[in-house]
Write a protein that binds this ligand. Structure first.
Ligand code: HEM
Length: 316
């Protein structure tokens, strides 16, 4: 009887998540319409003839956009980490969530257009203007290419491999932009604003979820193998320490940002790169790199890779 009730409730949940109102284009409109309404209401409240008002709108629109790119980044990891109807719904609708992000970014683009035409020079005294511009423009180029190739008409110009490369690098880039903005806000500008914490930690968590999902997929290959035990345990111990170090580093940027930035930009070529190369020298991402290498080692490192190749198991 209980089993029957359990089954019925699972079917009901599955059906609910398949409801047309919360899938595909309906979901897109469900999210994009209220967002656009809020955007218009906010634009009416701020004085768009003053640079401060437009700047507020740039900030306001981007804060709408950020959660959606984070949802897109986490989408592929969710069914691996939390198999179920909700995570499958999430992954299935990734494209539409990405398009909602694009709408919010189009609003930001419109306000950027207004500020650069009506209030030229407002941001130009910024030391890193060139680098910021390159980061931002690359982001918009990625976004435009991704939107166009989300539709069949645009998709036909790319092979499957090119499409995957574009969308994967675009999603990483568009995640990296806000994630690093909020990292710098916390660990350089020493912001204590709640929104900076929320957006930094959400950005960290969604990427950490991808690493965890990748680690989980690697995991079973070496569980049954006994021959490489000591190598495996050494790898696992170093991996666990690196994961621990990455987690500590992610929460303690204030303690190491200055030293690490100074060390990484000491060489003149590196200091030059910092002026224009997006994200260089990648300080916000170092804890995640530690987490990634740690996960690779924890799940067997070379030992697992060599077992995969010996057993002919596909590499993930
Ligand atoms: C050429 C393109 C871009 C320009 C000129 C630009 C310009 C700006 C400006 C002027 C601000 C500061 C608003 C303020 O006064 O507080 C800002 C904030 C921000 N932008 Fe952009 N942006 C561009 C592209 C992007 C892209 C592609 C992203 C990726 C998602 C992005 C994410 C952000 C974030 C996260 C903030 C901080 C918002 C906050 O304070 O919470 N921007 N942008």
């Amino acid at each position: 009887m209980n089993q029957q009730a359990d089954h019925t409730s699972r079917v009901a949940t599955r059906d609910a998540f398949r409801h047309p109102a919360i899938n595909g284009w309906a979901l897109f409109w469900l999210l994009a319409t209220p967002m656009t309404a809020f955007m218009i209401l906010a634009a009416l409240r701020f004085d768009l003839s003053s640079p401060d008002g437009v700047s507020h709108m740039i900030q306001y629109s981007v804060r709408w956009a950020v959660p959606f790119i984070y949802f897109v980044v986490a989408a592929s990891a969710m069914p691996v980490l939390f198999p179920g109807t909700f995570s499958r719904w999430w992954l299935r609708n990734r494209r539409y969530i990405g398009l909602v992000f694009a709408v919010a970014m189009a609003w930001q683009g419109a306000f950027i257009f207004i500020i650069s035409n009506l209030h030229t020079g407002y941001y130009y005294e910024d030391v890193y203007a060139l680098r910021d511009e390159l980061e931002g423009s690359s982001g918009y180029l990625f976004l435009a290419a991704m939107v166009v190739t989300s539709f069949r008409a645009g998709r036909q110009f790319l092979s499957a491999a090119q499409w995957k490369l574009l969308h994967r690098s675009g999603v990483y880039f568009l995640w990296a932009y806000p994630f690093s903005v909020y990292w710098w806000n916390l660990y350089y500008y020493k912001s204590t604003a709640a929104i900076d914490y929320v957006f930094y930690w959400a950005g960290f968590l969604v990427f950490a979820a991808r690493i965890a999902a990748w680690g989980k997929r690697r995991w079973p290959h070496q569980l049954h193998e006994s021959s490489a035990t000591s190598m495996l345990w050494t790898s696992r111990a170093i991996g666990a320490s690196l994961i621990g170090a990455g987690l500590v580093a992610s929460a303690t940027g204030l303690l190491w940002q200055d030293t690490v930035s100074t060390a990484l930009t000491k060489a003149p070529w590196s200091a030059q790169l910092e002026l224009w190369l997006p994200f260089w020298p990648f300080e916000p991402f170092l804890p995640l790199v530690a987490l990634g290498i740690g996960t690779w080692l924890f799940t067997g490192g070379f030992a697992a890779d060599s077992m995969d190749s010996r057993s002919g198991a596909p590499a993930h």
